[in-house]
Design a protein around this ligand. Structure first.
Ligand code: 5AD
Ligand code: SF4
Length: 476
């Protein structure tokens, strides 16, 4: 079914070459660390897509013989998998890389590596090259599978290695994976983005959209369910355009249905949906598929049509609200969340107020809210932007206060009702078990550790705005 399309899959020979490098690196490491395994500290910033890449990085490092550690001080290799989405995210990385200097001075053999979206931007790589000379290895988003080769060069030549190969991006199958969770798993279904929203750096650093094979995804899901995983999250920048160029039977709704048909007790989540490609069919599929969580993350960014046009979003308020209306008709209990950008260049207060009114109309469960951050190379970065930072912060506070009001009304209505939740962990601060409803609301309650990783029925006793308190009723 794939023969009409550009083939993004990395050829087998390349992977064989990396296996050979892996063998060599393992040999070097076992001679340099004869008594105990070398330790790797890996930290991932940013979105779930990056977290999923982080699992591949850790998988590769473990296959080379590294043991993972939570302590930078103990590490023989420190790797930061970085995010470029906003300036603040980048500043944090620069700050943390700066803090590594003292460790490298104390332990000169330590390898310091940086990868991910931020490194895919030339000006960042240049800055690392010139101002952070103790960084040994820098590589971009398209060559993650070459980590064994890069490490071989670092370990054997002692020279700095920079690889920022660009292009449209690729797909690499069959890499070793070190999953962070024992019952929640990420499954990337596509990589990259074609949308070029005018504010966003992602299409520049992640390349063009490319979808993984339908069969491989379903098989991965099947294996995860067989291994006891209870929650699968399908990942992509724009999952609704999964296999857009193929027949309907291979597109996103079909993929959801196929995973829903896998036998077993588990839930399916997905993110992110772009309103431009969100179809009635997708909403109908969500409603029909019992295992698909009734939670839709549908980033609107703004409630004003002029701003949406300037953002290059390809939908307007009416279309968005139409989708929401249809979704609530099909799934009255649906929980909807969104991303909002405040202070897009040229946005006026009146236009921002359209976002506030949209929040009320949609009745969101929660929001991810951001003040516009100019990203070098994007169209919006060169648009005139006259509203002062202070003013944007005021709008931002108004937005979050309104959402808080909306969310607390929603959660107040949950009091006395019981929900099926997946128990995730013990919250160290409250000492309570923390669980998540299908709609992505967190409920905490008293209970034993053995409940972690199971579904349970919990009654909401004390609704607070973001985290509810509840009472355990029963398993299942
Ligand atoms: N400034 C502020 N927020 C941004 N986002 C993406 N790019 C920017 C930017 N330049 C937000 C969008 C997107 C989310 C992942 O991050 O809301 O949906
Ligand atoms: Fe960025 Fe828009 Fe693509 Fe999302 S859809 S990654 S906001 S360009």
């Amino acid at each position: 079914m794939d023969n009409k399309r550009k083939n993004f899959t990395v050829p087998e020979e390349e992977l064989e070459k990396q296996k050979e490098y892996s063998r060599l690196v393992s040999l070097v490491l076992s001679s340099r660390f004869p008594s105990s395994a070398p330790k790797a500290f890996v930290h991932t910033y940013g979105c779930q897509g990056n977290v999923s890449d982080g699992e591949k990085i850790k998988g590769i490092l473990c296959s080379l013989g590294y043991e993972l550690t939570d302590s930078v001080e103990d590490a023989d290799l420190v790797l930061y998998n970085t995010c470029a989405i906003r300036e603040h995210a980048q500043d944090r990385v620069f700050g943390n890389v700066g803090a590594l200097k003292k460790y490298k001075t104390a332990k000169p053999d330590m390898i310091i590596a940086l990868c991910g979206c931020m490194m895919q931007q030339e000006y960042v790589a240049e800055r690392i090259k010139n101002s952070f000379r103790y960084v040994d290895l820098v590589f971009g988003t398209h060559v993650l599978h070459k980590l064994p080769e890069f490490l071989h060069r670092c370990l054997c030549s002692g020279k700095r290695v920079f690889d920022l190969s660009g292009g449209d991006g690729n797909i690499v199958e069959g890499l070793p994976l070190h999953r962070d969770g024992a019952f929640k798993a990420w499954i990337p279904i596509m990589y990259g983005c074609n949308n070029f929203c005018s504010y966003c750096v992602v299409p520049y650093v992640r390349g063009r959209e490319r979808s993984r094979s339908f069969e491989l995804i379903v098989e991965e899901a099947r294996q995860l369910v067989a291994a006891g995983y209870k929650e699968l999250t399908l990942l992509g920048q724009n999952v609704n355009s999964y296999n857009k160029d193929l027949e309907e039977k291979y597109r996103f709704p079909a993929l959801l249905s196929a995973i829903n048909d896998i036998e077993g007790d588990f839930i399916i989540r997905f993110m992110t949906s772009h309103p431009r490609d969100c179809t009635k069919e997708l909403l109908e599929t969500m409603a029909r598929c019992k295992k698909v969580a009734k939670h839709l993350h549908l980033p609107v960014q703004s409630g004003n049509d002029r701003v949406l046009r300037e953002m290059n979003r390809h939908y307007d308020r009416e279309k968005y609200l139409g989708l929401i209306k249809y979704a609530y008709e099909l799934m009255p209990e649906l929980s909807i969340t969104s991303d909002i950008i405040v202070g897009f260049p040229g946005e006026t207060y009146e236009e921002f107020c359209d976002t506030l009114s949209l929040l009320k109309e949609v009745n969101y469960t929660s929001l991810f809210t951001f003040i516009f951050s100019p990203r070098p190379g994007t169209k919006a970065a060169s648009m005139p932007d006259e509203v002062e930072k202070k003013e944007k912060s005021r709008w931002f506070s108004e937005l979050t206060a309104l959402q808080e009001e909306i969310a607390s009304k929603r959660t107040a209505a949950m009091k006395g009702r019981s929900y099926r939740v997946l128990v995730e962990e013990r919250n160290e601060n409250s000492g309570l078990l923390s669980a998540r409803t299908e709609g992505n609301v967190i409920i905490e309650f008293e209970g034993e550790d053995c409940l972690i990783g199971s579904f349970a029925k919990v009654e909401v006793t004390e609704p607070k705005t973001w985290v509810l308190k509840g009472r355990f009723i029963e398993l299942g």
